[in-house]
Write a protein that binds this ligand. Sequence first.
Ligand SMILES: Nc1ncnc2c1ncn2[C@@H]1O[C@H](COP(=O)(O)OP(=O)(O)OP(=O)(O)O)[C@@H](O)[C@H]1O
Ligand SMILES: O=C(CO)[C@H](O)[C@H](O)COP(=O)(O)O
Length: 416
Amino acid sequence: MAVSTVYIIQSLNSTCSISTSTKTNLEFHQKQVIFYTTSTKKYSTKKFNTFITCSTSDETKTVVIGLAADSGCGKSTFMRRLTSVFGGAAEPPKGGNPDSNTLISDMTTVICLDDYHSLDRTGRKEKCVTALDPKANDFDLMYEQVKALKSGIAVEKPIYNHVSGLLDPPELIKPPKILVIEGLHPMFDVRVRELLDFSIYLDISNEVKFAWKIQRDMAERGHSLESIKASIEARKPDFDAYIDPQKQYADAVIEVLPTQLIPDDNEGKVLRVRLIMKEGVKYFNPVCLFDEGSTISWIPCGRKLTCSYPGIKFSYGPDTYFGNEVSVLEMDGQFDRLDELIYVESHLSSLSTKFYGEVTQQMLKHADFPGSNNGTGFFQTIVGLKIRDLYEQIVASKASAPVAAKAYNSSTNIHN
Ligand SMILES: Nc1ncnc2c1ncn2[C@@H]1O[C@H](COP(=O)(O)OP(=O)(O)OP(=O)(O)O)[C@@H](O)[C@H]1O
Ligand SMILES: O=C(CO)[C@H](O)[C@H](O)COP(=O)(O)O
């Protein structure tokens, strides 16, 4: 078996320009490498028995964001708000599987971790496990593929087809600038967790989850009230065991609870939403109300903010969450007029906006999304802007780091 040393000179996401003694250029694709020989202008493909590591220069590495939540808890809505912050519409891969769960825009690729189900719908039924059970998911593959994408290597990711309940042939995912992995388990496996540059958990209380699920599954999917109740109950033990504990690892948690402004409210329409932000996370400064570190309770209703019953109440202050120091911004109630949100925005600091009123502008742009009149949409928008800021800081820090020497010294042994 011949061994040749390949010197990595430069890499551009999934394509690595490599100089070898035979002056070939290589393009990396998992265990398969496409050679381009400049002298003959011919391509040839070789397979290797190990993964070839393309040491990308640091400034081209993908930033990875994890978003965890149970099914029907607003992940897709959050993703639409987040990708909108980066501009450009997010769409499924062009010409691919119409049931793909992936969304691609200029800057971002959102992959759904349901695609790493190792058991299809029938398989889960036969083995009596839910999709939330780690036994129904392939964490080794999830780790390998997220790691590859983070280092600039394209992957063939499986597709879980929610229409048929089957595992479809894989789709090619190229490394984007920002990769979002959303689903049930982005922080479950420690190896995947450590690849995340930032993580978010959507913590929807049982009462609210139930109200949202009923609204969607009855209206849009034709399910009966009994079947929705049964499905929530059946998932609960695994949700408690495998999904909920991930919130302790999240850098930001959006907690959604019933309002405290209406005594004994059981309608679940008015919400109390808490944005729990971990302190000391690199490239992330928590948002604050008035001043950092203060403890504040604020009722903004009056001449500058129209509030109908039951009104709006904000609070902000330091706290601890699973032993970590956090800042918590809370909003109970709902907005009557979105254009007046600028009044609230002007009292918040460290928003990472690019101009005065950007949060309000984003909220107005997506006024028809669920949660636009309350803290869910407001805090999701704020977190979206924070992620943009985090990405820009990571890119800036890498651009200023001395990378040239590292890139020239990298070498990979190829066994063929
Ligand atoms: N902030 C919100 N306020 C009110 N309802 C909401 C909110 N977010 C989501 N919902 C409701 O929950 C439903 C599910 O939202 P969404 O599709 O974003 O969740 P999801 O986590 O992506 O779901 P799934 O994983 O099942 O596809 C929506 O159709 C809507 O009815
Ligand atoms: O928890 C879920 C995440 O979305 C789904 O229930 C899981 O992916 C299985 O999907 P389906 O119900 O379509 O077979």
